[in-house]
Design a protein. Structure first.
Length: 103
């Protein structure tokens, strides 16, 4: 008789999880996480604040800056990316560096 070893689909749970909404899966670095969205925000009752709008605009600017990088700049970021251990992918590293420039 063969031994049966179940496959772990989810290694870790994060955030608030409830039973009355849809479940989502997300990979953060090397960890697969799940969660459920409870009480989604109603923008007609609680619109975005000025601070939230500012953060959203900075995020949009950083994404545009990453898309506009030249080949030489991407190569320089790739070399710097290899020397660090905080970020797991190059695009995330480039985004963090461009976002930091906006601060």
């Amino acid at each position: 008789m063969a031994k049966y070893k179940p496959i772990d689909m989810v290694k870790e749970y994060r955030g608030k999880i409830c039973e009355h909404s849809d479940t989502y899966f997300q990979k953060r670095g090397r960890t697969l996480c799940t969660g459920r969205i409870c009480n989604p925000r109603d923008l007609s009752k609680k619109p975005y604040s000025a601070e939230e709008t500012t953060v959203h605009n900075k995020f949009t600017q950083a994404i545009a800056a990453v898309k506009a990088l030249s080949t030489e700049q991407k190569t320089a970021y790739a070399e710097a990316f290899e020397k660090q251990s905080k970020y797991t992918n190059l695009r995330g590293y480039m985004f963090a560096q461009e976002y930091a420039k906006l601060a």
